[in-house]
Ligand binder design. Sequence first.
Ligand SMILES: Nc1ncnc2c1ncn2[C@@H]1O[C@H](COP(=O)(O)OP(=O)(O)OP(=O)(O)O)[C@@H](O)[C@H]1O
Ligand SMILES: [Mg+2]
Length: 232
Amino acid sequence: MQNQTLISTQHLVKQYPIGGRQFTALRDITVSFQKGEFTGLVGPSGSGKTTLLNIIGALDNPTEGSAIVLGRDTQTLSHRQAARLRSEHLGFIFQTYNLLPIYTVFENVELPLLLLNMSATERKNAVMQALEWVGLLDKVNSRPAQLSGGERQRVSIARAMVKKPDVVLADEPTANLDADNSHNILRTMVQLNHDLQTTFLFATHDDKVIRYLRRKITLRDGKIAEDECLSI
Ligand SMILES: Nc1ncnc2c1ncn2[C@@H]1O[C@H](COP(=O)(O)OP(=O)(O)OP(=O)(O)O)[C@@H](O)[C@H]1O
Ligand SMILES: [Mg+2]
């Protein structure tokens, strides 16, 4: 298989103004990811994992440097173009889930599909399959407030994967899951990675996730401290 670079960053720097000073969350990150990677960003809390995922996902702009995602320089995109890149190609699992409280589980998972050109039947089939992946078919009509933390996390995973995106950006996807659920979901992700060449990029502290990774990038103080290929 030929290598195809899907994501690359050049000398990324991210600074946040805090109390009149600049706090540097990312320093000089140059890294690239090929189609079909199954890669994790690891490193201590505060090392910059979420910040890097958000920039790669065109949710945030770098202070300096650039991120090229599926051939597009994210900083040059309008809001509308960035939204389109996300809705057509990227799936997000947010550290804080970001479910919509007034919608049911079904509606939350269906949401990304409403932006695509799919019939109601196609959407329903895709939503039910995604809920089966995460073991939540019995909660299809529940609302987020009626779910446990781990169940909410699983809804957010189903929502990220329902459209079978080119890239899944998964921020601590198993933080609230028990071992069985974590392994089931990771096996589904490995399957999608294998069958559809879906690229996965995780931010994680979880050894259960790390066991499945083929590449592990360690961030420390906003810098890449290590970049390892793992044999599994
Ligand atoms: N909006 C913001 N304003 C100011 N500082 C921020 C902001 N977002 C993140 N930071 C700071 O940037 C640093 C990196 O944060 P980030 O969320 O990327 O860490 P992380 O590696 O994902 O940590 P965790 O493992 O706890 O999720 C932290 O020190 C954080 O306090
Ligand atoms: Mg984080």
